[in-house]
Design a protein around this ligand. Structure first.
Ligand code: TXA
Ligand code: MG
Length: 339
């Protein structure tokens, strides 16, 4: 199939909406990462997402809506907290898990009785959803297991020939996926750290539980509540070691272990230490927003080089650091050293 490249024009927005209404697949920009969208009420269209990504069938998709007034169309018993969160953080990098209504196909929820809903903060994608007048089911637009796409070129790399169109909406401003909060339990539970810091959720919700899958590798037979969190993810071809600790100490640790084909993910202040190696600089150690924007591109970049091992400096886990550290640890299959 030929994959059309669309732009942010009114005509292209209408074309993307028409493809979605006709059951096709469109790569869509959001503020977090690019998504691979289909009509979320059309089971056969949704099925094509799984085929294009090579995604396991037991991993549910989230629905993208243009505003909070759509919540009650797809969810039962929407709690006040959902509307409070939407008023404060939508459009934005927050996905809420709520009890689903029957109109939401099993193909979207992988048979669960809940559904994830998010209103993305990207004007083009909001316009496409409104023009299509259907909720858009969209996982991140990467081939399953690869780092999520944060620009149209990444989408082209993974999806050319497999989907109908890709809308180029520029570089993603946040760079890591949305934060997922499960509102079907008490206290609400963080299932995935993401572009909205946990601290911001706690300000609104009070106590928030953190799913065990975020803190450690799960044992045999243990299940995370977000099915997708159990998969090895974001992994470059070369094995990754994540190094936790004060940045100067982690830089020393990595510098002492450099081999000829070692690649390094590091903070800007220490990039000079690794001259002569393949270095992905994810920004200043003080700028977690920059690290979030760059982390997936850094993980992708090594696949175009001859590195055989990768060390990564890891930020402290406050604010956006929790999401950046989680993506690095998942890329490393939780191979973490503390110095
Ligand atoms: O920022 C984002 O959320 C991006 C953009 C495109 O919106 N989307 C995204 O989708 O990251 P995906 O499919 O790559 O990740 C969604 C995660 C998966 O881990 C999935 O298992 C989980 O959400 N999930 C979806 N529905 C769920 C549900 N009903 N209960 C628990 N987890 C759910
Ligand atoms: Mg994903």
């Amino acid at each position: 199939m030929e994959t059309k490249l669309l732009r942010e024009t009114e005509q292209d927005i209408q074309e993307a909406a028409a493809i979605l209404r006709a059951g096709g697949l469109v790569g869509i920009p959001t503020e977090t990462v690019y998504g691979l969208g289909a009509n979320g009420l059309d089971s056969s269209a949704v099925g094509k997402i799984f085929a294009a990504k090579g995604r396991p069938q037991d991993n549910p998709l989230i629905l993208h809506v243009p505003d909070a007034s759509w919540l009650a169309r797809y969810c039962r018993g929407v709690p006040d907290s959902a509307y409070t969160l939407a008023a404060r953080f939508w459009p934005g990098p927050l996905t809420m898990i709520l009890p689903r209504k029957d109109v939401v196909p099993d193909a979207v929820t992988a048979g669960l009785d809940t559904v994830g809903i998010r209103c993305p903060n990207h004007p083009v994608t909001l316009a496409i959803i409104r023009a299509a007048d259907v909720p858009v089911a969209a996982p991140s637009g990467n081939t399953s297991g690869r780092p999520s796409p944060t620009c149209a070129a990444h989408m082209v790399e993974d999806m050319t020939g497999k989907i109908d169109a890709i809308v180029d909406g520029g570089q993603c401003g946040v760079g890591v996926e949305s934060t997922i909060i499960d509102l079907t339990c008490t206290p609400p539970r963080l299932l995935r750290p993401g572009g909205l810091p946990l601290e911001a959720l706690e300000e609104v919700l009070g106590e928030v539980a953190v799913d065990a899958a975020l803190l450690r590798p799960l044992g045999e037979g243990e299940k995370p509540k977000a099915p997708g969190m159990k998969y090895r993810h974001y992994a470059p071809k070369a094995p990754v070691t994540v190094v936790l600790g004060e940045p100067s100490a982690t830089a020393d640790y990595i510098a002492a272990r450099l081999g000829e084909h070692t690649g390094v993910i590091c903070f800007d202040e220490w990039a000079g230490r690794f001259a002569g190696h393949v270095v992905e600089n994810i920004g200043s150690s003080a700028r977690k927003d920059e690290q979030a924007r760059r982390v997936f591109d850094a993980l992708r970049a090594f696949d175009h080089t001859d590195v055989t091992e990768i060390y990564a400096q890891c930020p402290h886990e406050d604010g956006l650091g929790l999401a950046v550290a989680n993506r690095l640890k998942k890329a490393a299959g939780f191979h973490v050293v503390e110095v």
